[in-house]
Design a protein around this ligand. Sequence first.
Ligand code: 6R9
Length: 646
Amino acid sequence: MSSDIYQPPEDIVSRTLTTKDQYDALYAQSVNDPEGFWKEQAKRIDWMKEPTKIKNTTFEYPDVSIKWFEDGELNVSVNCIDRHLKDRADETAIIWEGDEPDTDEHITYAQLHRRVCRFANVLKELGVKKGDRVTIYLPMIPEAAYAMLACTRIGAVHSVVFGGFSPEALAGRINDCDSAVVITADEGRRGGKTVPLKANVDEALKHAHGVEKVLVVENTGNDIKMKGGRDVWWHEAANGIDEFCKPERMNAEDPLFILYTSGSTGTPKGVLHTTGGYLVYASLTHEVTFDYRQGDIYWCTADVGWVTGHSYILYGPLANGATTLMFEGVPNYPDASRFWQVCDKHKVNIFYTAPTAIRALMGAGDKYVEGADLSSLRILGTVGEPINPEAWEWYNKHVGRGKCAIVDTWWQTETGGFMITPLPGATPTKPGSATKPFYGVQPEILDQEGKVQTETETEGVLCIKDSWPGQMRTVYGDHKRFVSTYFETYKGYYFSGDGCRRDKDGYYWITGRVDDVLNVSGHRMGTAEIESALVAHDKVSEAAVVGYPHDVKGQGVYCYVTLMTGEEPSDELKKELRNWVRKEIGPIASPDLIQFAPGLPKTRSGKIMRRILRKVAENDFGSLGDTSTLADPSVVDDLIENRENR
Ligand code: 6R9
């Protein structure tokens, strides 16, 4: 734990939205009088019908129910676009920066309005109605934003699937939410390579039978196959279509989007967010945590396929009338100076990225960042995993040049927006700590038995005591799973799945997942998903997957694989299995290390003892703990002897 404390930079304090005193007062109000606090905050968005009921929530097991602003009516696209037209029609809503350094586009709010309306009208022509689910499998091009906003315009529920997911993963997500329409592009571009998105959709649709229409955006222009009657080119469908689309009146609790995320068991869960509470929360957290000022150029480097892209590329910033930068490329293409060149090119004021990117760029050498000016930067954010103090210090010194505020924002797909984070002008920071709770958020640390830890300085699992408006409402189609995943183990609390330490100053330090979820380069994946991909290979009889510390990715994927009788271990087969997992799930789940193990450590009841597998993967043999309950303790020696070396 780093003991350094950094005071908010003078320049920021002198003109901040939120001073320390204001934070203290508002935080106190937000937890003492949530009704009053959120009634006031709800005014930041435009309602077609103002809510009179503010909060109606209970974490009481098993009757968990979460409703915010439940009699309010609104439309998200109106809040993100139309309401800015009066004053800011010709200001830039989206700066798009392409994969190649010489490609970019500025899209004004007026243009965004026309394009989203046209997109919405095309969806209507394809038969999409309020409440229908639409799967979006697009690269980071402006059409991804148009498609998402178009869904909100007509009340359709989008499910964005990250373009790096495989056809199999895509098919599972299409089927789970019953999408009849998929929006994709011919191909994507990333780091100078193309991604065969349409071909992946074709492959996925062999296993997803409910899809009637595929809307295809022409992006690279390379040849692809179009299936008659099913596939429709966006530019053909949009030809001559009306440039106005009347926004649908939505209830605050109508579903807004589904986003699939990994848990410790089974298939990914469809996290469902609803309309009113989510938008209030995304817009408030964006403004306050980034100390956002009208006119700022704001860049979040995430992909819209993740929640960070939803809340902090699209909905939060656009609801606030910001200029949001959307980047198609990757941090190290053409070289490791790309991020910094983009910051200089567009005079970015607020920059938000992931620790894994910071570590990778730090590893590439200081010369890439030293050549950049970066004087426009004021606020730097990080998200996705705990940031190690070395990376924090490097970010502060080399990117922030010691004059920026750093906000380490802890939150989850499930929380919709920031939960624990510093505020730039209010919170002294400590490298590696997400610091203090956001308004309305009451973190509690519980021990394994579920006892709330009352001392300030403590460690345990991180739970949240009461609801906040951005909270997910259910797992799509499986409310029981929602209740059992988040509210069963620690009754009366939302259980985050993260471990956490609180220091003597009341600062929170997230220590990582306490369940079987890996965080590889800030991407969440369940060990169970990778295991089921491995055992689906016909040479594999059994597999167990754990994480191990990785310098750049945070965690790496370590796979123990038992082969079918008669199969010979080989480097060739390792390669085959690696490619297999990439094909089954996607490149982000690619195994880093594969160890062939004749047997896995199991209890007599047949449960794999992951604790031991983790220790071996971590190279920590000294503390294997009690192995006497194993059915065959000798397998452990074999595991240690044949450990994969990094
Ligand atoms: C937004 C997002 C959520 C998990 C979460 C935690 C980890 C995210 C973090 C962090 C430490 C931070 N996490 N931000 N850990 N410090 N600032 O990443 O959502 O993909 O659902 O992942 O990521 O473990 O539980 P999601």
